[in-house]
Design a binder for this molecule. Structure first.
Ligand code: DQA
Length: 144
């Protein structure tokens, strides 16, 4: 079965209690179940991870490169400034695998610093603004 890594950056384990007006009321466990269940339906083996550490997230992208694994990535705040994460992300797409950047909210409707993504330019595609459904759309894109 095709494997997909669904990687989440800082503060995303706080889903449900963190600014629910922006990120919704589904908690992190709910996100994991929704993503894993759809993965099973689509015939994908999905592994969902979260970290607050830039270093750990970069290591997971290296793992995806070495294992030739497609990635769904919510880089959270790293989206807006981590060139190190971008340099890791570009290696995924250069190996011919997909890397889909997702966001629960639509950063373009929010503070100005969120309007810049240093990841989008090296992503296969970007899905933002649909809450947990952003992840589900990304998985469907990978399955297709
Ligand atoms: C986010 C948007 C980012 O601007 C923010 O820093 C996050 C979550 C989202 O999913 O909407 O932590 O990536």
């Amino acid at each position: 079965m095709q494997k997909v890594l669904v990687l989440n950056g800082p503060n995303l384990a706080r889903l449900g209690s963190r600014e629910p007006d922006i990120y919704g009321s589904t908690n992190y466990e709910g996100l994991v179940s929704a993503v894993t269940d759809l993965g099973t339906d689509l015939g994908l083996t999905v592994e969902v991870r979260q970290t607050d550490s830039e270093s750990e997230l970069i290591g997971w992208l290296h793992e995806a490169v070495d294992g030739e694994i497609d990635v769904v990535l919510n880089p959270a705040a790293f989206t807006h400034y981590s060139y190190a994460l971008r340099d890791a992300a570009v290696q995924v797409t250069k190996t011919g695998r997909k890397l889909i950047e997702v966001h629960l909210s639509n950063p373009h409707t929010r503070e100005e610093f969120r309007h810049t993504s240093v990841i989008s330019g090296v992503a296969t595609g970007v899905i933002a603004g649909f809450g947990v459904t952003s992840y589900l759309l990304a998985l469907s894109a990978i399955a297709n």
